[in-house]
Design a protein around this ligand. Sequence first.
Ligand code: TMP
Length: 235
Amino acid sequence: MVQKVEKVYEGKAKILYTTDDPDLVIQYFKDDATAFNAAKKGTVGQKGIMNNKISTKIFEFLASKGIPNHFEKHLSDREMLVKKVEIVGVEVIIRNRAAGSLCRLLGVEEGRKIDTPILEFCYKRDDLGDPLINEGHIQMLGIATPEEVATIKKYTLAINDLMGKFFDNLGLELIDFKLEFGRYKGEIILADEISPDTCRLWEKGTGKKLDKDRFRHDLGNIAEAYQEVLDRVST
Ligand code: TMP
């Protein structure tokens, strides 16, 4: 059993602790929620527990399909043991229908179907508001090599296919999501979390939003929506 050693990082929704194993860290899931680059702040009761369980299910599913990821073990309600990676400094977003910042960027209506999924990169810089960037910017800034970017794109498209079918079988449509990748022993692997904080999920048939947009836009029943996703992924 690994021992927790010390807190090394606290983000908006998670805390990282080192362990007595130099290759492993503990990811602790908080109930805190932020939106619009932390302009809006709040908490959602039991969100950390639900996101830890939902992420666990999805990481296990993706690993079973050959997508390397940092997940090692679900340790407790709010703690997940993960491989210690060096995070690649971009957020990778993939979109199957227009929502959120894409609607604001292009002036298109929410829900418009995107036939060829759109892959976006955002530079992880809170002070700049995580701007949308392209592969030229990634090279210029030295964020990742062209080979690493190719690997990230390949995994992201494969994950979109796998997760799209996974959620479709549970009666949910995967509208878009955000991934983060890390370097572990020279390889690119999937890291961070996959949860209703980082995905948009709409109930098939009704279009009911079961994700963080309920918090972002004050739609109410936020914890109930996360619980609904957890119940479905647990079946
Ligand atoms: P966006 O439409 O606000 O750009 O969000 C696209 C997807 O990425 C959506 O599923 C929410 C997720 N996301 C995060 O996980 N973290 C973030 O900081 C942002 C801006 C979006």
